[in-house]
Design a binder for this molecule. Structure first.
Ligand code: VGL
Ligand code: ZN
Length: 197
């Protein structure tokens, strides 16, 4: 069984959104077109409470894209984004969400960020996605979505480490590219055995 995992195709990551990824909206039509080829379609949704600890607004003297040190390690500080229930947190209006059999939300604990669809940024608190995939007999994953160098990257690395056969379909991803993060992510994924297609 082969699942398409669509990472965070939400308004805030598209042009006009709070944490807009360049060209983020260009991938919606290609993702919709891919869905029919898979046994299952799973969506992820970045889903933060207001005042989330990954927001620069919660760290006096800090501005978005600066780093901070969290109990679980270094963390990029972001503009306020994907606040639970907001328009920014909603899926892009053209994304074909009806095909999705599971929507997995992440980043909902105030004190910890979650880039990966599998584990929060402490790399140990699970989202439950692994159990869902295993109990459904899904062994192959194709990842698409936003952002290539953050949530797609972390999800792909965790999936590979967990033993899934992972492809990242780059034409249906867009990156943030902070200080070379896109090149670093591509290298890391390749080294982890992720197929970049
Ligand atoms: C993401 C930064 C903060 C992502 C989510 O979806 O890549 N990036 N929250
Ligand atoms: Zn986020």
């Amino acid at each position: 069984m082969h699942a398409l995992v669509v990472i965070d195709v939400q308004n805030d990551f598209c042009p006009g959104g709070a944490l807009a990824v360049t060209g983020g909206d260009e991938i919606v039509a290609p993702i919709n077109a891919m869905m029919a080829e898979f046994d299952a379609v799973i969506l992820t949704q970045d889903w933060h409470p207001a005042g989330h600890s990954s927001f620069a607004s919660q760290h006096p003297g800090k501005v978005p894209l600066e780093m901070t040190e969290m109990p679980y390690g270094p963390q990029v500080l972001w503009p306020d984004h994907c606040v639970q229930g907001s328009m920014g947190a909603a899926f892009h209006p053209q994304l074909a969400t009806d095909r999705a059999e599971l929507i997995i939300r992440k980043g909902f604990r105030a004190g910890i960020d979650s880039y990966s669809a599998f584990f929060e940024n402490d790399h140990e608190t699970p989202t439950g996605l692994e159990g869902y995939l295993r109990t459904r007999g899904i062994e192959r994953l194709t990842l698409v979505g936003l952002a290539t160098d953050f949530c797609v990257n972390f999800s792909a690395l965790d999936a590979a480490r967990l033993g899934f056969e992972v492809t990242v379909h780059e034409a249906a991803c867009r990156g943030i590219d902070l200080d070379g993060s896109l090149a670093a992510a591509r290298k890391g994924m390749q080294e982890a055995g992720v197929t970049l297609a």
